[in-house]
Write a protein that binds this ligand. Structure first.
Ligand code: ADP
Ligand code: MG
Length: 622
């Protein structure tokens, strides 16, 4: 049989390689920004049209390229950054694989203009699908400009696979942030569809963070500094009370390179142990500096994952550095004692006639004894010093009170809202007489059990309610006649510039659900009305969740803002697992569920109920 193996032509090989490097417009942005930084630029401009689908351009004032280099830069494995394998362990540049420009040129129309300082004129090269279309001498300032047009023009499958502009732009902005955060000594600007989205002058790290995430961020930052032989840590963590529902603001940089590391993330999370509300995530902006010899950046083509020689030590150092900062800046005690106590007391003590709680006094406690962990003390009127319980046990302080509570206190106590467990919109808004169903029973505050003709029905209360709310919201948004409840005082909510952009896109749909925006500013919104089913206290959580859902776009759904909004609100507002329901509430839930168009799954396709026939039950008793 004849030989059948052939070497692939270069342009095909490049296209295949491109698949690894360039997944979406944001990947191009990353590579071009990194090249500009490697070229020693002090000012970098990023210009985007149609979320990068039409144009991505990066202009820098770096060292530029000679004519030969300009031409060579598009060859695969052509790099000025390493010469041999050993160099891989001494990397001080972002790039080193020499494949970015070659890959990009294989799947887009690329124009390069570049000039070195000492030259009078520069070089312009146009490349289309790996082929050089033209090469000219041009007058151009020192530095390099690379324009990437019509990305994936020759791979329609890839192009069609791109997400909506909102999502792709989001990814681009993320990359831009990552690069800009790692290099505050460089000024960056981002222009999106002709208007300036970010202008970040050279500044210190704190200022750079504030310039990106908004003025409100400043007060949220706690500095972290640690200098050891193996690792230098500098940067900030967000105060626990500002922790977000989303993981958006979590940044690790290792030697000025953004990296993702679930392991190190865990180190931070554990430093925050006991300080965060469940379901929230601390923000962090941390720069780690390590000897380049102790890391391997090569394991991932997009270079966002790296391998550390000694992960365990890094983990321990990071955790203790963050813990130390939180302690030093008095963050930890804020949660229980340092704040105005009326804010933290789970009922309105000041207004109540209550018995003074009995306080156990630890007479052997010596405040001057050097305990391993310094213990915060607070003296009470009697002058006795009382030893603080560990933070996790703070409720125990009120135990004495609770057991002696009179009715008034009891009522108030029941009003305490613990995070998401609080009661959300009642499922009985319409107040109609509920059609009598068979008896229902709530199991573990999670499932509703009921009988049906053929046997038994088991409903997941949280999921079922999601389905009900989802269909309600969708209906309201489509007929545009949602009921709104006017707020007594307008609600002022703060967001980052990007979050506001997302809200802007959803504003109209949100209004159809009953939200009333009286003012949308650069970094905040003012809300004067909310949907009837939405408690005021939940508004910010719902909007945050919504923004995060849009950013991460539920993968199975084709992007539709309305649908996403309905899903997101349903998820946020649905009664939670753990909530006990009255008989009539249970029955109403069952009835509403089966009045839905698709009662058997949640909006994200999870099973809402199961049935078990008498036959099946019988078999279990054989
Ligand atoms: P790598 O960055 O891995 O070396 P690239 O394909 O991104 O590979 O770039 C190839 C080469 O082109 C670089 O090594 C560099 O010499 C040159 N180059 C790319 N972009 C620029 C730029 N903006 N300014 C100066 N030189 C550049
Ligand atoms: Mg590069």
């Amino acid at each position: 049989m004849a030989d059948i193996i052939q070497l692939l032509p270069d342009h095909v090989a490049n296209q295949i390689a491109a698949g690894e490097v360039v997944q979406r417009p944001a990947s191009v942005v990353k590579e071009l920004l990194e090249n500009a930084i490697d070229a020693g630029a002090s000012t970098i401009k990023l210009i985007i049209k149609d979320a990068g689908k039409t144009l991505i351009q990066v202009i820098d004032d770096g060292k530029g390229m000679s004519i030969t280099d300009a031409r060579l830069s598009f060859e695969r494995h052509a790099t000025s950054k390493i010469r041999n394998a050993e160099d891989l362990f001494q990397l001080h540049t972002k790039g080193f694989r020499g494949e970015a420009l070659a890959s990009i040129a294989a799947i887009a129309h690329v124009e390069l203009k570049t000039k070195q300082e000492r030259d009078d004129v520069g070089t312009a090269i146009v490349i289309e699908g790996s082929n050089v279309a033209s090469q000219d001498v041009v007058v151009t300032p020192k530095g390099t400009s690379v324009s990437v047009k019509n990305l994936f023009y020759n791979i329609p499958a890839r192009r069609n696979f791109l997400k909506s502009n909102a999502v792709e732009l989001r990814h681009i902005i993320d990359e831009f942030h990552r690069v800009a955060l790692a290099h505050c000594d460089i000024s960056f600007a981002l222009y999106n569809n002709g208007s300036e989205a970010f202008n970040l002058p050279v500044s210190n790290y704190r200022q750079r963070i504030v310039n990106i995430f908004g003025n409100k961020t400043n007060e949220k930052l706690v500095p972290v500094e640690e200098d050891t032989e193996v690792l230098k840590i500098s940067g900030f963590v967000g105060k626990p009370e500002y922790a977000k529902k989303t993981r958006g603001e979590q940044y690790f940089f290792v030697n000025n390179r953004f990296i993702k590391s679930a392991y190190l993330n865990h180190a931070i999370a554990s430093a925050f142990d006991g300080l965060l509300k469940s379901g929230t995530h601390a923000s962090y902006f941390l720069n780690l500096t390590v000897d380049p010899q102790t890391i391997d950046i090569n394991i991932h083509p997009t270079k966002t994952e790296i391998k550390f020689d000694d992960e365990h030590t890094l983990y321990a150092l990071l955790r203790s550095a963050v813990k130390h900062s939180l302690g030093q800046f008095n963050i930890a005690p804020v949660l229980d004692f340092e704040r105005d106590s009326s804010l933290d007391t789970p009922y309105n003590l000041s207004d109540k006639q209550t018995n003074v709680p009995t306080i156990e006094i630890d007479r052997s406690f010596n405040p001057f004894k050097d305990d391993a962990e310094p213990v915060k003390t607070k003296s009470y009127s009697s002058g006795n010093t009382f030893k603080k319980e560990p933070a996790t046990n703070w409720e125990s302080l009120y135990v004495g009170l609770e057991s002696k509570s009179n009715d008034a206190v009891e009522t108030d106590f029941s009003e305490v809202h613990f995070e998401s467990e609080e009661t959300t919109g009642s499922i009985f808004e319409d107040g109609k007489e509920v059609e009598k169903t068979n008896t229902t029973y709530q199991l573990h505050n999670k499932y509703i059990v009921s009988t049906i003709k053929s046997g038994m029905l088991l409903i997941d209360q949280h999921r079922a309610h999601q389905r009900i709310l989802y269909e309600d919201f969708l209906k309201n948004m489509t007929i545009k006649e949602a009921m709104s409840q006017q707020l007594l005082f307008p609600l002022q909510l703060h967001f980052s510039v990007q979050e506001i952009q997302i809200l802007q896109q959803l504003k109209e749909d949100l209004e159809h659900t009953g939200f009333v925006f009286s003012n949308v500013l650069e970094e905040s919104v003012e809300i004067t009305g909310v949907p009837v089913s939405v408690p005021e206290s939940e508004v910010s959580i719902i909007l945050e969740q919504l923004i995060s859902d849009v950013e991460n776009e539920v993968p199975d759904a084709h992007f539709s803002a309305t649908d996403l909004l309905a899903k997101s609100m349903a998820k946020s507002l649905a009664i939670k697992t753990g909530q006990s329901l009255q008989k009539d509430e249970q029955e109403h839930l069952v009835n509403k569920l089966f009045a839905c168009k698709e009662p058997n799954v949640t909006p994200t396709n999870k099973t809402t109920f199961i049935t078990m026939s008498v036959d099946e039950l019988d078999k279990k008793f054989i």
